[in-house]
Design a binder for this molecule. Structure first.
Ligand SMILES: [Zn+2]
Length: 381
């Protein structure tokens, strides 16, 4: 069984708070886009130089450089490289924090040694301390970049937004807004954390390598429901037979829906009992991204229900549910090597030729989801 525990520093969220992320599309102007790319490249250079510095200090003098030391030297760095005055200071600090996190992950054996980043690996920046004045009518203020158009398809409370992350992915711009809401029960210390992924064959897979199946009786009822639906479609419109079949279908439909709910309650209860932190993919984004490959609407409905059940059960138990942006969770290697292992849906096993990891594809995704959740938790505190 995989032992994935957050580092000691991760339960830093204030008491009574849960952390979630909203993702919207961003629409920067051409000019803002240029500035963002320029910022990425400056941040990437800082990241690589800071990594180089840590490596050299260790190799030549056997000393480990800490985050605070590197952060304290930022003003000097800016004097030597005046172009860095074009980047917001918190963004620069966050770059050093990311590097620090990469080392923490390495030392706690969750990831390989931090790598130098090329321009394709560095495509996001984070403003760790958002202000409520940064939001107005579908625009977000990114210090040193300006007011950028944002397609906010969901309402949100600007006061609850703690962190802004801007990302360029698949030729599109996104903004991730991390927000906190108050929990009903006081938060417990995180001792057990898990990521869960919507399985293709099973209901869910966890980062601990466990699978939750849909029980046989539910599978049976669902088959029966489908058969009845097909029968109905063959009956003549307006006929008595059709009306009768329609009523019958209605009963079966309700029955199956209740069975499914019961089962999801059991699964969510079992997860909440076992874990203090559960990470899952953000449904809204997931819906947009993956709908085309989730043929069965049933799957989507179940996933949405499971999210809702987990959310309120977590709140009541003083535990946390973090919803993470879903990109690449199934392709990225969770062994920490950062490799993207492309595979279509027929490939059940994730096999990484770089680090040699070989595990179930859904478990691989669940581990990536857990890592992402822990990162968010760390950044927000
Ligand atoms: Zn790998």
């Amino acid at each position: 069984m995989l032992q994935l525990r957050p580092s000691k520093g991760t339960s830093k969220t204030r008491e009574n708070e849960t952390v979630s992320v909203l993702r919207f599309r961003l629409e920067p102007t051409k000019e803002q886009e240029q500035t963002l790319f320029h910022t990425f490249s400056l941040c990437r250079r800082l990241y690589n130089e800071a990594l180089e510095e840590r490596v050299t200090a260790y190799r030549e003098n056997g000393v480990s450089i800490r985050y605070t030391e590197q952060q304290n030297r930022l003003p000097v760095w800016k004097q030597e490289h005046p172009e860095y005055n074009e980047v917001h200071s918190q963004v620069l600090q966050n770059v050093l924090q990311r590097l620090d996190q990469a080392f923490v992950n390495f030392f706690e054996k969750r990831a390989k040694f931090p790598k130098f980043k090329n321009k394709f690996m560095f495509r996001s920046i984070t403003y760790p301390q958002a202000r409520n004045t940064y939001f107005r009518d579908n625009k977000v203020y990114l210090p040193k970049i300006g007011w950028v158009r944002m397609r906010a398809h969901l309402p949100f409370d600007p006061v609850s937004i703690k962190m802004i992350n801007v990302k360029f992915h698949d030729s599109k711009w996104y903004v991730n807004l991390t927000y906190v809401t108050e929990a009903v029960a006081p938060l417990r210390e995180i001792q057990n954390a898990a990521g869960i992924d919507l399985g293709l064959l099973s209901l869910i897979a966890t980062s601990d390598g466990e699978f939750f199946e849909n029980p046989k009786w539910l599978q049976k009822s669902e088959k029966r429901l489908k058969r009845k639906q097909r029968q109905l479609s063959r009956k003549k419109k307006g006929s008595n037979n059709r009306e009768k079949a329609k009523r019958e279908l209605g009963y079966i439909h309700d029955h199956v829906a209740n069975q499914r709910k019961d089962h999801l309650h059991k699964v969510s209860r079992s997860l909440i009992d076992r874990y203090d932190l559960i990470c899952m993919e953000d449904l809204q984004v997931k819906g947009m991204m993956k709908n085309h490959r989730l043929a069965k609407s049933i799957v989507n409905v179940s996933w949405g229900k499971l999210a809702t059940y987990l959310e309120y059960k977590a709140k009541n138990a003083g535990k946390q549910l973090i919803k993470v942006p879903p990109h690449h969770t199934s392709q990225l290697c969770s062994g920490g090597c950062g490799t993207i292992v492309k595979k279509d849906l027929s490939v059940r096993i994730h096999k990484c030729s770089v680090c040699g990891l070989e595990i179930d594809r859904d478990v691989n995704a669940a581990i990536n989801i857990l890592h992402r959740g822990l990162e968010i938790l760390q950044q927000v505190s």
